[in-house]
Design a protein around this ligand. Structure first.
Ligand code: AMP
Ligand code: MG
Length: 483
């Protein structure tokens, strides 16, 4: 059965996109189909594997009902405003409504140049496409809001990148929308307040329908996005995820993680952790993410300002108050994330979480392993946990503090194991899997890693290598943007 598209963005937001036409590939081929996710969306997996389905997923041709379009957006990139970014190498093929009633964009990344391509080639290559597939699947399995990978295809040609020619590829991803802070900024920067209102109303319709048509909805919407983003970043912090490019064009209004370019999971706990080759100042380091969240929400507030109140001073006061509350939302969400990681069913003493971060600082402790060894440390021996630390000074006291604070210490280990992953996409494993796939055409290491991160909390026999930190001599990991 072909895909039943229902294209609300094309219908309702004329002026916020440019229609595009698929360029056609030499030999489009399906590499991976996320059959579970396709089924969730109500898509026919047999159809998606047919030549017509592959043509759709790879952006080779547009099927009936699709309205391919490149979305306009602006954005602050590393703090500097660029009034025109937009989908330069991706487009929205169309939207589908899943059996559960939720609406999803089917978006193709690497599908060719669009009018927003500027100097870029409009392309993507297999390594980064698989990387986004893997990391977004891991995030979903960790319970973190994210865009989803629907399929990865190759195009049959080769694309020039830093290290030579690589297989051209397209990622079909879905999102509850691709609306970004930058989508509103695009129109705000042009003084087109009517378009800011149309985009905001459309976003409200998709993400906060209970606010639709209400007085004060734009301020309420700012608050909703702030809360979603605060919870999202708190969840990132809980698993050691470093997004790497928290530009406002990569900050969704839905609160989903988007754009897995230079992202990576930190091994050893260090707030200064940065992976991106272009993030020289560490603007998007692990420990800076909460501050950037607030910065991005301030940019969203600015874009919405004329809609919040006709009196600018009043609008500023209201928006400021709302953004300040995002800081409280973040602190509450962050404490809740770490309370769960420490085995609490509800809130835990704030000091315990703050002390934990002080304890981990400068100790070169593998962040993921720490939480998996915690159950044993409170029920049996703390020796394996202590062995993760350089000195482990203060650890015993902190463990005693934790045990005292837990009202039911015997229930804590299972709670901890249910939320603290064994398997995350560790950089050295990801790099190995991507190299095997894109250089040698061997997908097996990738598939095996994918299987592990898709069930991150279930420890498997014989899978120690998937849980272990990178060998100490592996050297620093550097990730590349726009790849
Ligand atoms: P990103 O860093 O992927 O979030 O992209 C930032 C901006 O650069 C967006 O407007 C992209 O569409 C654009 N872009 C990134 N890579 C390419 C490319 N290879 N060709 C055209 N545009 C690109
Ligand atoms: Mg982007």
């Amino acid at each position: 059965m072909p895909i039943a598209f229902d294209n609300s963005y094309a219908r309702e937001l004329k002026g916020a996109y440019v229609p595009v036409a698929p360029q056609g590939w030499a030999a489009p081929d399906l590499v991976l189909l996320n059959t579970a996710w396709a089924a969730h969306l109500g898509l026919d997996t047999a159809y998606l594997q047919s030549p017509e389905g592959v043509a759709t997923l790879s952006g080779h041709a547009a099927p009936e009902g699709a309205q391919p379009l490149a979305q306009a957006y602006a954005g602050h990139q590393f703090g500097s405003f660029n009034p025109q970014l937009g989908d330069g190498r991706a487009y929205l093929m169309g939207e589908v409504v899943a059996p559960d009633g939720t609406r999803h964009d089917i978006h193709l990344k690497g599908a060719g140049r669009t009018p927003f391509a500027r100097g870029g080639d409009g392309r993507a290559v297999l390594g980064p496409v698989l990387r986004e597939y893997l990391v977004s699947e891991a995030m979903a399995a960790l319970g973190i809001p994210t865009t989803r990978a629907l399929a990865a295809c190759t195009t049959g040609d080769r694309v020039l990148r830093q290290h030579g020619l690589e297989p051209g590829a397209v990622l079909a991803r879905t999102a509850t929308s691709h609306l970004r802070v930058g989508t509103l900024q695009f129109f705000a920067a042009r003084g087109q307040t009517d378009m800011v209102a149309r985009v905001a109303d459309y976003a409200i319709g998709r993400h906060d329908p209970d606010l639709a048509g209400t007085d004060g909805r734009y301020l309420a919407f700012l608050s909703r996005v702030g809360t979603r983003q605060a919870r999202l970043v708190a969840q990132w912090m809980g698993v050691g995820f470093v997004h790497g490019v928290m530009n406002t064009d990569n900050c969704t209004l839905s609160g989903e993680t988007i754009d897995y370019g230079p992202c990576a999971f930190m091994d050893s706990y260090d707030p200064a952790t940065v992976f991106s080759s272009i993030d020289h100042g560490g603007r998007y380091a692990y420990g800076n993410q909460p501050g950037i969240l607030l910065w991005n929400m301030s940019r969203l507030a600015e874009a919405l300002l004329p809609l919040i109140d006709p009196d600018q001073d009043r609008a500023i006061a209201l928006a400021t108050e709302t953004v300040e509350r995002v800081q409280d939302d973040y602190r509450a969400a962050w404490l809740a994330v770490f309370a769960r990681k420490l085995g609490f069913d509800g809130p835990c003493p704030e000091g315990l979480v703050d002390d934990l971060h002080r304890l981990l600082d400068g100790q070169d402790v593998d962040f993921t392993s720490f939480f998996r060894l915690l159950p044993e440390a409170i029920t049996g021996t703390a020796a394996p946990l202590k062995a993760l630390f350089k000195t482990g000074e203060g650890l015993e006291d902190w463990l005693a503090e934790l045990t005292r604070a837990l009202d039911k210490p015997d229930l804590a280990p299972d709670r901890m194991r249910a939320v603290n992953p064994v398997y995350i996409p560790r950089n050295h494993l990801v790099e190995h899997a991507l190299e095997a796939a894109s250089e040698y055409g061997d997908l097996n290491p990738f598939l095996s890693l994918l299987e592990h991160v898709q069930q991150p909390f279930t420890k498997r026999e014989g899978s120690e290598a998937y849980a272990a930190p990178a060998p100490k001599d592996a050297g620093p990991v550097v990730t590349f943007c726009g790849t």
